[in-house]
Design a protein around this ligand. Structure first.
Ligand code: NAD
Length: 504
């Protein structure tokens, strides 16, 4: 598509300037209205090269900037994010469709990562041992990698970038961000706040784009590491390509998160937390609870009855109405995909208990809405169970025992999050110890770790050795160097030694 001069264009942010270079553009929609909203410039090779060149030039001075000075910029950045919270949430709402209270939650969880990054003077202190040998001291320091890149998904256009760049920057790296091309305005806006906070030009750049821009980042030898968050097929491609090119890589992928409902669970609590965790943000969260595994038919029937009653009260609609519980899905194509999964469940013998396929919102007839949907009698073979739906769809699977439920979860290719509802501490402890999933909730539906822990799934939900943000983030964005030192004097000279040095 050529540039449509009537439509606002979302550009790149390089060397402290918003710029609109390139020849390809993609339409960005307002999912609440279904209308074309803006267009985003898609970076070509020259644009990506310009960002990397600026970052490469800025790196030596940034690496040598005292940590406390890097941290002070993050303090200021946090303050600016808070001051401009309403504007950021409005931009998220316009292009993602998230209701303002949910967007505010996303921003707050992102800010908590900035706060953690502000502790860099503490976590970059390194390790020191005196007298590891006679008059010998040894220490480990954590040095930045150089220029690193992050590639982020549409569903958290502010929070997921904030998982990455504050940590990378305080560790002394320069950072290139390639946000989702489907809702890039809020990400571009916070990039500008970062500059206002005092970050030197070139240290951070944002390039908008699609696969073409990503591939340049993956193959450019000046990029030392790639952090990726998105769907599993792309995560796997990113991980394989980046590591084959000799880069450090962490690639977080998709999910299918199960909640086990034990016969002794507090069902009112289960139902209220399932509603938020399954339908909040239209189910477009990698930690959304999309499968409830009921232990016993009696529990399944009771939960369904209560859910049915509560689901009638859910409100969905345009992002700017704060009374709505959730908004539209991201695009018409994604809506069609979600509806296709519901159709396939029905065709394969599942029972559609609450059907959101005919969703209509008065005044927003062209919006990309899917109503809350509840599907019973789902089995492990069904397409809708195996795939990540990423929509407001909750599926019920009936099993006879907790062991059956755990086997089902362990057999799924994804292992991002899971939770158990029970009053039995022994069962909960057994579950959390043995389940093959990276993040576990006990009577907690969305066990997203706080910023001072780290976030990561198991199995095909994460490719790489380290999780995102928190302590693992600090390790990902630094390289350990261990130095062993002695200052010889006349009476301390060593004789020749050909055996491996020991203290014996
Ligand atoms: P996506 O994989 O389509 O896109 C993610 C990023 O990859 C975007 O920046 C996109 O431009 C880029 N990309 C897309 N296709 C590409 C290709 N062929 N080659 C190179 N780059 C490409 O994901 P999405 O739809 O934006 O986000 C939703 C997905 O992200 C879901 O699967 C969700 O579970 C996952 N997600 C995971 C986590 C997590 O922490 N594990 C968090 C948020 C979202």
């Amino acid at each position: 598509m050529s540039e449509d001069l009537d439509m606002e264009t979302i550009g790149h942010f390089i060397q402290g300037q918003v710029q609109n270079s390139g020849t390809r553009y993609q339409t960005v929609f307002n999912p609440s209205t279904g209308a074309a909203h803006k267009q985003v410039a898609l970076a070509d090779h020259d644009t990506v090269d310009q960002a990397i060149a600026a970052a490469t030039a800025a790196f030596p001075a940034w690496r040598d900037t005292p940590v406390i000075k890097r941290v002070r910029i993050m303090f200021k950045f946090k303050q600016l994010l808070e001051e401009h919270a309403d504007k950021i949430c409005e931009l998220i709402g316009q292009e993602h469709g998230k209701i303002s209270h949910d967007a505010m939650g996303e921003l707050q969880r992102g800010i908590e990562n900035v706060e953690y990054a502000c502790a860099a003077t503490e976590f970059l202190k390194g390790e020191f041992s005196k007298n590891v040998g006679p008059h010998i001291d040894s220490w480990s320091e954590f040095q930045p990698l150089g220029v690193v890149a992050g590639i982020t998904p549409f569903n958290f256009p502010v929070m997921v970038p904030l998982w990455m760049f504050p940590m990378a920057l305080v560790c002394g790296n320069c950072f290139i961000l390639k946000p989702s091309e489907r809702d890039p305005s809020s990400t571009l806006y916070i990039a500008q706040l970062l500059q206002q906070a005092g970050l030197p030009d070139g240290v951070f750049a944002l390039v908008n784009g699609d696969k073409e821009a990503v591939d340049y980042l993956l193959h450019d030898p000046r990029i030392q590491a790639i952090s990726f968050v998105g769907s599993t097929p792309i995560a796997e491609y990113i991980y394989q390509t980046a590591t084959a090119a000799g880069k450090r890589c962490q690639a977080l992928g998709g999910a299918k998160n199960h909640a086990i409902i034990m016969p002794d669970a507090d069902l009112d609590n289960v139902v209220s937390s399932l509603l938020g965790a399954a339908f909040g943000s239209s189910g477009e969260r990698c930690m959304a609870l999309s499968v409830a595994v009921a232990v016993g038919d009696e529990i399944a029937d009771q939960v369904i009855e209560k859910l049915q009653a509560e689901m009638q009260k859910l409100r969905y609609g345009a992002y700017h109405d704060a009374d709505n519980d959730f908004g539209p899905v991201i695009t018409q194509a994604h809506k069609d995909k979600v509806l296709g999964y519901i159709d396939s469940a029905e065709q394969q013998g599942a029972k559609i208990v609450v059907d959101g396929r005919q969703a209509q919102v008065a005044g927003f007839e062209a919006g990309f809405f899917v109503g809350p949907t509840l599907i019973d009698a789902v089995t492990a073979e069904m397409h809708s169970y195996r795939a990540e739906i990423f929509g407001p769809v909750l599926q019920i699977i009936r099993v006879d025992s907790m062991q059956d439920a755990m086997q089902l979860i362990d057999a799924h290719e994804y292992g991002n999050g899971t939770c158990i509802y029970t009053r039995d501490g022994e069962a909960a402890r057994y579950f959390s110890t043995h389940i093959q999933v990276g993040m576990v909730g006990i009577n907690i539906p969305l066990p997203v770790p706080v910023a001072y822990h780290s976030f990561g799934g198991w199995k095909r939900s994460l490719f790489g050795d380290l999780s995102a943000y928190g302590p693992d983030g600090a390790r990902f964005y630094t390289r350990r160097k261990t130095i062993t030192q002695r200052w010889p004097s006349a009476n301390l000279r060593e004789s020749k030694q050909f055996s491996m040095p020991t203290l014996n």
